[in-house]
Design a protein around this ligand. Structure first.
Ligand SMILES: CC(C)(COP(=O)(O)OP(=O)(O)OC[C@H]1O[C@@H](n2cnc3c(N)ncnc32)[C@H](O)[C@@H]1OP(=O)(O)O)[C@@H](O)C(=O)NCCC(=O)NCCS
Length: 258
């Protein structure tokens, strides 16, 4: 059972707006899965097409700085351009991969020497299935994120760490992380809640699965995840518990509670 069915939503979460348009996939993603392709070689990060645009052509698209005479107020439309949203939730794009990896590097690599997704894997998933990711930005800075992909088997396997199976009905949450300066402030909980609401609005997704180390199991249980046993996946000496959360029948109630 998931939080909406159990009435477990923490009070702060219930303040969230309904059907937040910021939870929609970015333009072009359209909620569709793009064709699957192999993960590039480690050490050779895949470059998103936009990043390949020659420097000159980017340069000529940049607006020249305009100066208004003293005393003339800027038009409102210009003023808005300078102001980043205080808080924004949106699906991630490949251009966010470096910010994601920076948070991962601090959260995981500095602790254990490894992390759930390497830079090229982040770029891979954000290219193939951006609609299964969610980022929380404050004044334009990424403070927390979740990256997921689709999986089509009952249990996770080693392959599920690197593959997106577009025909699958299971959202595999690869990683949830909060920037270290923003931890223990409820942000991870709010983001996970919004993500599950978002998944509830994707017709193809019937359940969510993840693997985590044992101390984090109670954290995920608060959101309706239940342990299904030891995970077949191991990373070095690390072992994990696999958890699942059914989203079936929850879509309508989640849409109404988001
Ligand atoms: C785990 C994480 C996502 C939680 O986000 P957060 O914003 O700090 O968490 P919240 O403030 O919403 O909730 C706090 C709860 O998270 C749980 N929690 C956080 N870090 C934990 C840890 N290292 N071990 C066990 N539980 C932890 C606890 O239940 C805690 O509640 P408590 O303080 O009452 O014990 C965040 O701490 C983080 O990014 N950690 C590093 C990366 C990571 O381990 N990600 C999860 C595995 S993919």
């Amino acid at each position: 059972m998931c939080p909406s069915a159990l009435g477990l939503a923490p009070p702060r979460v219930q303040l969230l707006q309904r059907q937040d348009p910021l939870l929609l996939p970015p333009p072009g993603a359209g909620g569709r899965s793009l064709p699957q392709r192999p993960v590039p070689e480690p050490g050779r990060p895949e470059v998103a097409p936009r990043a390949r645009m020659p420097v000159q052509s980017i340069h000529c698209l940049m607006p020249a700085a305009l100066r208004l005479p003293p005393g003339v107020p800027e038009p409102l439309s210009c003023q808005r351009r300078h102001t980043l949203p205080a808080s924004e939730f949106r699906c991630l794009t490949p251009q966010d991969a470096v910010s994601v990896f920076e948070i991962e590097r601090e959260a995981f690599i500095s602790v254990s020497g490894d992390c759930p997704l390497r830079l090229h894997e982040i770029q891979h998933f954000l290219t193939l299935c951006p609609e299964l990711s969610l980022g929380w930005f404050q004044e334009g800075r990424l403070v927390a994120f979740i990256i997921g992909s689709l999986w089509d088997e009952e249990r996770l396997t080693q392959e599920s760490l690197t593959l997106h199976r577009p025909g699958g009905h299971t959202a595999h949450l690869h990683v949830l992380a909060v920037h270290r300066t923003f931890r223990q402030q409820g942000k991870g909980s709010i983001l996970l809640w919004r993500y599950l609401c978002h998944l509830g609005g994707l017709p193809a997704v019937r359940r969510a699965v993840l693997m985590c180390e044992d101390p984090l199991v109670p954290f995920y249980e608060r959101f309706g995840f239940r342990p299904v046993g030891p995970c077949a996946v191991t990373v070095g000496l690390l072992t994990f518990t696999e958890l699942e959360c059914s989203l079936q029948g929850q879509a309508a109630s989640r849409r109404n509670s988001c």
